[in-house]
Write a protein that binds this ligand. Sequence first.
Ligand code: ADP
Ligand code: MG
Length: 385
Amino acid sequence: MENDELRAKFLERYGESEEAIHHYFAPGRVNLIGEHIDYNGGHVLPAAIGMGVHMMLRADDSSQLRIASTLDDIEHRFSVEEALALEASGQWYDYVLGVLQELHRRGVPVSGADILLDSDLPIGAGLSSSAAVEVVTAYAVMRMANHPVDRRELAILCQLVENRHVGVNCGIMDQYAVANGKAGHAMLLDCDAIESEYIPVDLGDYQLLILHTNKPRKLVESKYNERRAECDQALAILGAQREISYLCEAEFEELELVSDPVIKRRLRHVITEEWRVLLSVEALKSGEIEQFGQLLTASHSSLRDDYEVSGDELDALVDLSLDWKGCIGARMTGAGFGGCAIALIHRDSVKGFAEYLKEGYEARTGLMAGVYETVISDGVVLVDG
Ligand code: ADP
Ligand code: MG
Protein backbone atom coordinates (compact mmCIF):
# COMPACT_ATOMS: atom_id res chain seq x y z
CA MET A 1 0.00 0.00 0.00
CA GLU A 2 1.26 3.50 -0.81
CA ASN A 3 2.02 5.80 2.13
CA ASP A 4 -0.87 8.17 1.36
CA GLU A 5 -3.26 5.28 1.02
CA LEU A 6 -2.20 3.85 4.38
CA ARG A 7 -2.62 7.26 6.03
CA ALA A 8 -6.10 7.53 4.51
CA LYS A 9 -6.94 4.07 5.81
CA PHE A 10 -5.74 5.09 9.25
CA LEU A 11 -7.96 8.18 9.26
CA GLU A 12 -10.93 6.24 7.93
CA ARG A 13 -10.57 3.77 10.80
CA TYR A 14 -9.69 6.04 13.70
CA GLY A 15 -10.91 9.49 12.59
CA GLU A 16 -9.14 12.85 12.68
CA SER A 17 -7.55 14.33 15.79
CA GLU A 18 -5.15 17.07 16.84
CA GLU A 19 -2.30 14.63 17.39
CA ALA A 20 0.27 13.94 14.68
CA ILE A 21 0.42 10.60 12.88
CA HIS A 22 3.89 9.06 12.77
CA HIS A 23 4.89 6.59 10.10
CA TYR A 24 7.60 4.02 10.92
CA PHE A 25 9.00 1.23 8.78
CA ALA A 26 10.94 -1.92 9.67
CA PRO A 27 12.34 -4.10 6.88
CA GLY A 28 12.29 -7.87 6.59
CA ARG A 29 15.62 -9.62 6.28
CA VAL A 30 17.28 -12.33 4.26
CA ASN A 31 20.27 -14.38 5.33
CA LEU A 32 22.76 -14.42 2.45
CA ILE A 33 24.82 -17.28 3.88
CA GLY A 34 25.58 -18.99 7.20
CA GLU A 35 22.66 -21.33 7.83
CA HIS A 36 22.12 -23.33 11.00
CA ILE A 37 25.39 -22.16 12.49
CA ASP A 38 24.08 -19.30 14.63
CA TYR A 39 23.44 -21.74 17.48
CA ASN A 40 26.87 -23.29 16.94
CA GLY A 41 28.83 -20.13 17.68
CA GLY A 42 29.30 -19.32 14.01
CA HIS A 43 28.79 -16.28 11.81
CA VAL A 44 25.80 -15.36 9.69
CA LEU A 45 25.50 -12.78 6.92
CA PRO A 46 21.99 -11.30 6.89
CA ALA A 47 20.81 -8.13 5.15
CA ALA A 48 17.71 -5.99 5.58
CA ILE A 49 15.49 -5.91 2.47
CA GLY A 50 13.18 -3.38 0.83
CA MET A 51 9.97 -5.17 1.79
CA GLY A 52 8.81 -4.79 5.36
CA VAL A 53 6.24 -3.67 7.92
CA HIS A 54 4.81 -0.15 8.09
CA MET A 55 3.35 1.24 11.28
CA MET A 56 1.15 4.32 11.51
CA LEU A 57 1.00 5.46 15.11
CA ARG A 58 -0.80 8.34 16.80
CA ALA A 59 -0.24 8.65 20.52
CA ASP A 60 -2.66 10.43 22.87
CA ASP A 61 -3.41 10.69 26.58
CA SER A 62 -6.57 8.55 26.51
CA SER A 63 -4.96 5.45 28.07
CA GLN A 64 -6.75 3.42 25.38
CA LEU A 65 -4.96 1.36 22.74
CA ARG A 66 -6.56 0.61 19.39
CA ILE A 67 -4.57 -1.76 17.20
CA ALA A 68 -5.36 -2.99 13.71
CA SER A 69 -3.53 -4.57 10.80
CA THR A 70 -4.41 -4.61 7.13
CA LEU A 71 -3.71 -8.33 7.48
CA ASP A 72 -7.23 -8.97 8.79
CA ASP A 73 -8.75 -5.48 9.18
CA ILE A 74 -10.00 -6.28 12.68
CA GLU A 75 -9.63 -3.59 15.34
CA HIS A 76 -8.50 -4.69 18.78
CA ARG A 77 -9.07 -2.42 21.79
CA PHE A 78 -7.38 -2.55 25.15
CA SER A 79 -6.85 -0.20 28.03
CA VAL A 80 -3.12 0.40 28.49
CA GLU A 81 -3.35 -1.34 31.85
CA GLU A 82 -4.95 -4.40 30.26
CA ALA A 83 -2.43 -4.47 27.39
CA LEU A 84 0.45 -4.44 29.85
CA ALA A 85 -0.92 -7.46 31.71
CA LEU A 86 -2.27 -9.64 28.88
CA GLU A 87 -0.58 -12.98 28.21
CA ALA A 88 0.06 -14.23 24.68
CA SER A 89 -3.00 -15.81 23.09
CA GLY A 90 -1.80 -16.84 19.64
CA GLN A 91 -3.00 -13.61 18.02
CA TRP A 92 -0.80 -11.41 15.85
CA TYR A 93 -0.99 -8.60 18.40
CA ASP A 94 0.97 -10.78 20.84
CA TYR A 95 4.10 -9.40 19.17
CA VAL A 96 2.99 -5.80 19.73
CA LEU A 97 1.78 -6.22 23.29
CA GLY A 98 4.84 -8.28 24.24
CA VAL A 99 7.06 -5.40 23.16
CA LEU A 100 4.96 -2.85 25.05
CA GLN A 101 5.17 -4.98 28.20
CA GLU A 102 8.94 -5.37 27.95
CA LEU A 103 9.44 -1.64 27.34
CA HIS A 104 7.20 -0.80 30.28
CA ARG A 105 9.22 -3.15 32.48
CA ARG A 106 12.30 -1.13 31.56
CA GLY A 107 10.71 2.17 32.44
CA VAL A 108 9.71 3.37 28.97
CA PRO A 109 6.33 5.09 29.29
CA VAL A 110 3.52 3.47 27.28
CA SER A 111 0.62 5.82 26.54
CA GLY A 112 -2.67 5.42 24.75
CA ALA A 113 -2.39 5.23 20.95
CA ASP A 114 -3.99 4.28 17.67
CA ILE A 115 -1.90 1.87 15.62
CA LEU A 116 -2.28 0.52 12.10
CA LEU A 117 0.12 -2.04 10.62
CA ASP A 118 0.61 -2.86 6.97
CA SER A 119 3.14 -5.10 5.27
CA ASP A 120 4.32 -6.14 1.83
CA LEU A 121 6.32 -9.09 3.18
CA PRO A 122 5.06 -12.58 2.58
CA ILE A 123 4.09 -13.79 6.06
CA GLY A 124 5.57 -16.94 7.52
CA ALA A 125 8.00 -17.11 4.58
CA GLY A 126 11.13 -16.87 6.69
CA LEU A 127 11.71 -13.20 5.83
CA SER A 128 11.08 -12.20 9.46
CA SER A 129 7.80 -10.37 9.32
CA SER A 130 7.52 -11.20 13.04
CA ALA A 131 10.81 -9.48 13.86
CA ALA A 132 9.75 -6.51 11.72
CA VAL A 133 6.53 -6.16 13.76
CA GLU A 134 8.45 -6.33 17.04
CA VAL A 135 11.20 -3.96 15.99
CA VAL A 136 8.91 -1.37 14.43
CA THR A 137 6.82 -1.36 17.62
CA ALA A 138 9.78 -1.01 19.95
CA TYR A 139 11.39 1.68 17.82
CA ALA A 140 8.17 3.68 17.46
CA VAL A 141 7.34 3.60 21.17
CA MET A 142 10.88 4.53 22.20
CA ARG A 143 11.01 7.42 19.74
CA MET A 144 7.58 8.65 20.84
CA ALA A 145 8.77 8.60 24.45
CA ASN A 146 12.03 10.38 23.53
CA HIS A 147 13.86 7.39 24.91
CA PRO A 148 17.37 6.93 23.50
CA VAL A 149 17.50 4.05 21.00
CA ASP A 150 20.41 1.62 21.12
CA ARG A 151 19.74 -0.66 18.14
CA ARG A 152 21.66 -3.60 19.57
CA GLU A 153 19.72 -3.42 22.83
CA LEU A 154 16.48 -2.98 20.92
CA ALA A 155 17.17 -6.19 18.97
CA ILE A 156 17.93 -8.09 22.17
CA LEU A 157 14.70 -6.84 23.74
CA CYS A 158 12.65 -7.93 20.71
CA GLN A 159 14.28 -11.37 20.65
CA LEU A 160 13.40 -11.77 24.32
CA VAL A 161 9.78 -10.94 23.51
CA GLU A 162 9.66 -13.53 20.73
CA ASN A 163 11.32 -16.18 22.96
CA ARG A 164 9.48 -15.58 26.21
CA HIS A 165 6.21 -13.85 25.39
CA VAL A 166 5.33 -15.36 22.00
CA GLY A 167 7.19 -18.60 22.74
CA VAL A 168 9.24 -18.95 19.54
CA ASN A 169 12.78 -20.18 20.08
CA CYS A 170 14.54 -17.90 17.55
CA GLY A 171 18.12 -16.64 17.63
CA ILE A 172 19.20 -13.00 17.55
CA MET A 173 19.80 -12.75 13.79
CA ASP A 174 16.31 -11.67 12.70
CA GLN A 175 15.78 -8.81 15.13
CA TYR A 176 19.40 -7.72 14.83
CA ALA A 177 19.26 -7.47 11.04
CA VAL A 178 15.90 -5.67 11.05
CA ALA A 179 17.16 -3.14 13.60
CA ASN A 180 20.69 -2.61 12.26
CA GLY A 181 20.44 -3.01 8.48
CA LYS A 182 22.31 -0.60 6.24
CA ALA A 183 21.55 0.07 2.57
CA GLY A 184 23.95 -1.77 0.28
CA HIS A 185 25.50 -3.76 3.14
CA ALA A 186 25.12 -7.13 4.77
CA MET A 187 26.07 -7.70 8.40
CA LEU A 188 28.70 -10.25 9.35
CA LEU A 189 27.15 -11.12 12.68
CA ASP A 190 28.71 -13.06 15.51
CA CYS A 191 25.52 -14.37 17.12
CA ASP A 192 27.27 -15.21 20.35
CA ALA A 193 28.94 -11.87 21.05
CA ILE A 194 26.09 -10.06 19.23
CA GLU A 195 28.60 -7.94 17.35
CA SER A 196 28.67 -7.23 13.66
CA GLU A 197 30.64 -5.70 10.86
CA TYR A 198 29.04 -4.12 7.79
CA ILE A 199 30.11 -5.80 4.55
CA PRO A 200 29.46 -3.90 1.31
CA VAL A 201 27.38 -5.92 -1.13
CA ASP A 202 27.93 -4.71 -4.67
CA LEU A 203 26.63 -7.39 -6.98
CA GLY A 204 27.71 -5.65 -10.19
CA ASP A 205 25.68 -7.02 -13.09
CA TYR A 206 23.74 -9.37 -10.86
CA GLN A 207 20.48 -8.97 -9.03
CA LEU A 208 19.62 -10.67 -5.75
CA LEU A 209 16.25 -12.40 -6.04
CA ILE A 210 14.21 -13.96 -3.27
CA LEU A 211 12.22 -16.98 -4.37
CA HIS A 212 9.33 -18.09 -2.20
CA THR A 213 8.23 -21.73 -2.17
CA ASN A 214 4.75 -20.81 -0.92
CA LYS A 215 4.90 -24.02 1.04
CA PRO A 216 3.71 -23.88 4.63
CA ARG A 217 6.67 -24.55 6.93
CA LYS A 218 5.39 -27.56 8.82
CA LEU A 219 8.33 -29.64 9.91
CA VAL A 220 10.49 -26.72 10.85
CA GLU A 221 10.21 -26.76 14.61
CA SER A 222 10.64 -30.47 15.26
CA LYS A 223 13.48 -30.78 12.73
CA TYR A 224 15.12 -27.67 14.13
CA ASN A 225 15.15 -29.18 17.60
CA GLU A 226 16.40 -32.49 16.20
CA ARG A 227 19.34 -30.76 14.47
CA ARG A 228 20.20 -28.86 17.63
CA ALA A 229 20.24 -32.11 19.58
CA GLU A 230 22.50 -33.68 16.94
CA CYS A 231 24.88 -30.73 17.24
CA ASP A 232 24.92 -31.20 21.01
CA GLN A 233 25.86 -34.84 20.42
CA ALA A 234 28.71 -33.83 18.12
CA LEU A 235 29.93 -31.29 20.65
CA ALA A 236 29.92 -33.92 23.40
CA ILE A 237 32.02 -36.26 21.24
CA LEU A 238 34.62 -33.58 20.50
CA GLY A 239 34.40 -32.27 24.05
CA ALA A 240 35.48 -35.67 25.40
CA GLN A 241 38.85 -35.09 23.68
CA ARG A 242 39.51 -31.43 24.31
CA GLU A 243 38.07 -28.15 25.53
CA ILE A 244 35.52 -26.83 23.02
CA SER A 245 32.61 -24.47 23.63
CA TYR A 246 31.02 -24.30 20.18
CA LEU A 247 30.83 -26.63 17.23
CA CYS A 248 32.10 -23.94 14.86
CA GLU A 249 35.47 -24.17 16.63
CA ALA A 250 35.90 -27.73 15.39
CA GLU A 251 38.74 -28.55 12.98
CA PHE A 252 38.02 -30.49 9.82
CA GLU A 253 40.36 -33.27 11.00
CA GLU A 254 38.14 -33.79 14.03
CA LEU A 255 35.45 -35.26 11.79
CA GLU A 256 37.35 -38.51 12.18
CA LEU A 257 36.46 -38.62 15.86
CA VAL A 258 32.79 -39.05 14.96
CA SER A 259 31.77 -42.54 13.89
CA ASP A 260 28.00 -42.07 13.53
CA PRO A 261 27.53 -41.17 9.84
CA VAL A 262 24.59 -38.84 10.49
CA ILE A 263 26.32 -36.85 13.22
CA LYS A 264 29.41 -36.71 11.05
CA ARG A 265 27.46 -35.14 8.18
CA ARG A 266 25.88 -32.58 10.50
CA LEU A 267 29.31 -31.63 11.81
CA ARG A 268 30.73 -31.39 8.30
CA HIS A 269 28.00 -28.91 7.38
CA VAL A 270 28.72 -26.78 10.44
CA ILE A 271 32.47 -26.67 9.81
CA THR A 272 32.25 -26.00 6.08
CA GLU A 273 29.40 -23.48 6.36
CA GLU A 274 31.45 -21.31 8.72
CA TRP A 275 34.26 -21.38 6.13
CA ARG A 276 31.85 -20.43 3.39
CA VAL A 277 30.64 -17.41 5.35
CA LEU A 278 34.16 -16.11 5.88
CA LEU A 279 35.09 -16.84 2.24
CA SER A 280 31.92 -15.04 1.11
CA VAL A 281 32.99 -11.95 3.02
CA GLU A 282 36.39 -12.05 1.30
CA ALA A 283 34.71 -12.53 -2.09
CA LEU A 284 32.32 -9.62 -1.51
CA LYS A 285 35.08 -7.34 -0.27
CA SER A 286 37.15 -8.02 -3.37
CA GLY A 287 34.22 -7.88 -5.79
CA GLU A 288 34.45 -11.53 -6.82
CA ILE A 289 30.74 -11.99 -7.33
CA GLU A 290 30.98 -15.27 -9.21
CA GLN A 291 33.00 -16.73 -6.37
CA PHE A 292 30.30 -15.55 -3.96
CA GLY A 293 27.69 -17.22 -6.15
CA GLN A 294 29.58 -20.52 -6.06
CA LEU A 295 29.71 -20.36 -2.27
CA LEU A 296 25.93 -19.88 -2.14
CA THR A 297 25.45 -22.97 -4.29
CA ALA A 298 27.88 -24.99 -2.20
CA SER A 299 25.98 -23.92 0.92
CA HIS A 300 22.80 -25.31 -0.59
CA SER A 301 24.39 -28.66 -1.39
CA SER A 302 25.66 -28.91 2.16
CA LEU A 303 22.26 -28.02 3.65
CA ARG A 304 20.57 -30.53 1.34
CA ASP A 305 22.99 -33.46 1.66
CA ASP A 306 24.80 -33.07 4.98
CA TYR A 307 22.37 -31.15 7.14
CA GLU A 308 19.23 -32.43 5.39
CA VAL A 309 17.02 -29.42 5.94
CA SER A 310 16.06 -28.61 2.34
CA GLY A 311 13.10 -30.31 0.65
CA ASP A 312 11.58 -30.88 -2.78
CA GLU A 313 10.29 -27.33 -3.14
CA LEU A 314 13.49 -25.57 -2.11
CA ASP A 315 15.53 -27.97 -4.24
CA ALA A 316 13.24 -27.29 -7.20
CA LEU A 317 13.78 -23.52 -6.86
CA VAL A 318 17.54 -23.94 -6.60
CA ASP A 319 17.86 -26.53 -9.39
CA LEU A 320 15.74 -24.47 -11.77
CA SER A 321 17.76 -21.34 -10.93
CA LEU A 322 21.08 -23.06 -11.52
CA ASP A 323 19.85 -24.35 -14.90
CA TRP A 324 19.25 -20.74 -16.00
CA LYS A 325 22.15 -19.34 -17.99
CA GLY A 326 22.22 -15.99 -16.18
CA CYS A 327 22.38 -17.55 -12.70
CA ILE A 328 25.71 -17.66 -10.85
CA GLY A 329 24.51 -19.11 -7.55
CA ALA A 330 21.46 -20.10 -5.53
CA ARG A 331 20.58 -21.62 -2.21
CA MET A 332 17.81 -22.12 0.32
CA THR A 333 17.80 -19.51 3.08
CA GLY A 334 16.35 -19.71 6.58
CA ALA A 335 15.63 -22.81 8.64
CA GLY A 336 14.51 -24.87 5.62
CA PHE A 337 11.67 -27.29 4.72
CA GLY A 338 9.90 -24.41 2.94
CA GLY A 339 10.23 -20.67 3.15
CA CYS A 340 12.54 -19.01 0.65
CA ALA A 341 15.58 -19.47 -1.54
CA ILE A 342 17.84 -16.78 -2.99
CA ALA A 343 19.46 -16.59 -6.41
CA LEU A 344 21.92 -14.27 -8.14
CA ILE A 345 20.61 -13.57 -11.63
CA HIS A 346 22.11 -11.41 -14.38
CA ARG A 347 20.27 -8.10 -14.53
CA ASP A 348 19.47 -8.45 -18.23
CA SER A 349 17.61 -11.70 -17.74
CA VAL A 350 15.61 -11.13 -14.56
CA LYS A 351 12.24 -10.81 -16.30
CA GLY A 352 12.69 -13.89 -18.43
CA PHE A 353 13.96 -15.78 -15.41
CA ALA A 354 10.91 -14.98 -13.29
CA GLU A 355 8.56 -16.37 -15.95
CA TYR A 356 10.73 -19.42 -16.54
CA LEU A 357 11.01 -20.14 -12.83
CA LYS A 358 7.30 -19.83 -12.08
CA GLU A 359 6.41 -22.10 -14.95
CA GLY A 360 9.02 -24.73 -14.14
CA TYR A 361 8.27 -24.64 -10.42
CA GLU A 362 4.55 -25.10 -10.93
CA ALA A 363 5.17 -28.01 -13.28
CA ARG A 364 7.45 -29.66 -10.74
CA THR A 365 5.56 -28.99 -7.50
CA GLY A 366 2.06 -27.81 -8.35
CA LEU A 367 2.74 -24.62 -6.38
CA MET A 368 3.14 -20.98 -7.41
CA ALA A 369 6.56 -19.49 -6.70
CA GLY A 370 6.91 -15.90 -5.48
CA VAL A 371 9.77 -13.96 -7.11
CA TYR A 372 10.96 -10.76 -5.42
CA GLU A 373 13.67 -8.43 -6.70
CA THR A 374 15.54 -7.44 -3.61
CA VAL A 375 17.23 -4.21 -2.61
CA ILE A 376 19.48 -4.32 0.45
CA SER A 377 18.12 -1.61 2.70
CA ASP A 378 18.40 0.32 5.95
CA GLY A 379 17.08 -0.99 9.25
CA VAL A 380 14.05 0.41 11.08
CA VAL A 381 13.33 4.12 10.38
CA LEU A 382 10.93 6.94 11.00
CA VAL A 383 9.53 7.58 7.51
CA ASP A 384 7.41 10.59 8.28
CA GLY A 385 5.99 12.57 11.21
P1 ADP B 1 8.06 -14.88 9.53
O1 ADP B 1 8.69 -14.07 10.62
O2 ADP B 1 9.01 -15.78 8.85
O3 ADP B 1 7.29 -14.05 8.54
P2 ADP B 1 6.57 -15.95 11.74
O4 ADP B 1 5.66 -17.11 11.85
O5 ADP B 1 7.74 -15.85 12.63
O6 ADP B 1 7.01 -15.86 10.20
O7 ADP B 1 5.75 -14.62 11.96
C1 ADP B 1 4.53 -14.38 11.28
C2 ADP B 1 3.54 -13.75 12.25
O8 ADP B 1 3.91 -12.38 12.53
C3 ADP B 1 2.14 -13.67 11.68
O9 ADP B 1 1.45 -14.88 11.87
C4 ADP B 1 1.56 -12.54 12.52
O10 ADP B 1 1.20 -13.01 13.80
C5 ADP B 1 2.75 -11.60 12.68
N1 ADP B 1 2.72 -10.58 11.62
C6 ADP B 1 3.59 -10.44 10.60
N2 ADP B 1 3.24 -9.41 9.80
C7 ADP B 1 2.12 -8.87 10.31
C8 ADP B 1 1.28 -7.78 9.95
N3 ADP B 1 1.52 -7.03 8.88
N4 ADP B 1 0.22 -7.54 10.73
C9 ADP B 1 -0.04 -8.28 11.81
N5 ADP B 1 0.72 -9.31 12.21
C10 ADP B 1 1.79 -9.61 11.48
MG1 MG C 1 9.56 -14.90 12.38
